[in-house]
Design a protein around this ligand. Structure first.
Ligand code: PLP
Length: 221
């Protein structure tokens, strides 16, 4: 399956609208936009960088590594890994990934610290009871943060994916994640995707991860 091309002008229009929506709702807080290019090609990454988005999110190891090969010279994207992480993929990802957002268990923390000492990570919390989305249960998150700090990783914040369904259904989970991040002294809360970023921003998101809202509908995988 080949990725559909993106229209850079459409991406630029979407980017402007997205920035306006975020400014309206962020209450002056600085919010990082991670442009999620999974399902699209390197042209989507270029279009995002042309709009000033250098944090680029991907979900699948192979897809990320092969896209990264097309950005061997500067400026390079800051690749954020967002997908369910398998331990045996960490070795191939380590040379390219800048931020590991989907860390949800001890074995991953240990493997990342071995392959990418001092790396930047987020601990992913499960906010939906849909276990296929990954994430540690909230009550396990503090111990994971402690462990990651002890092995020298830079824990930047917590990440969460809201449940399917109406955006309002995500509010309670987002609120719990933000409270926990504050308790743990973590600056970053990576919550909010195309469909639920308003709710996430109202609840204190500092980082939104936007795919379809920038690039259009993804082809089925
Ligand atoms: C796909 C994905 C996104 C982007 O989703 P959109 O609905 O296209 O904005 C964000 N975060 C994660 C973890 C994802 O898997």
């Amino acid at each position: 399956m080949t990725a559909p091309p993106v229209d850079p002008d459409a991406v630029a229009r979407n980017a402007e609208e997205l920035r306006e929506r975020i400014n309206r709702l962020s209450g002056g807080r600085e919010v990082t936009i991670v442009a999620v290019t999974k399902g699209f090609g390197a042209d989507a990454v270029r279009a995002a960088m042309d709009c000033g988005f250098f944090c680029i999110g991907e979900n699948y190891a192979q897809e990320l590594v092969s896209k990264a090969e097309q950005f061997a010279s500067l400026p390079k994207p800051n690749w954020h890994f967002l997908g369910q992480l398998q331990r045996n993929k960490i070795r191939s990802l380590a040379p390219v990934v800048e931020v590991w957002q989907s860390v949800d268990r001890i074995a991953l923390i240990d493997a990342i610290s071995e392959r990418a000492p001092g790396a930047k990570i987020f601990i992913q919390a499960n906010l939906s009871d849909e276990s296929h989305k990954g994430g540690a249960v909230l009550s396990d998150v503090p111990a994971l943060v402690d462990h990651a700090r002890n092995v020298g990783l830079q824990v930047q914040g917590l990440m969460g994916v809201g449940p399917e369904g109406p955006p309002e259904d995500a509010r309670g989970g987002f609120r719990s994640l933000v409270e926990l991040a504050e308790d743990l002294g973590l600056e970053q809360r990576s919550i909010g995707m195309s469909a639920d970023l308003e709710v996430a921003l109202q609840e204190g998101s500092t980082m939104v991860r936007v795919g379809s809202g920038l690039f259009g509908a993804r082809p089925p995988r």
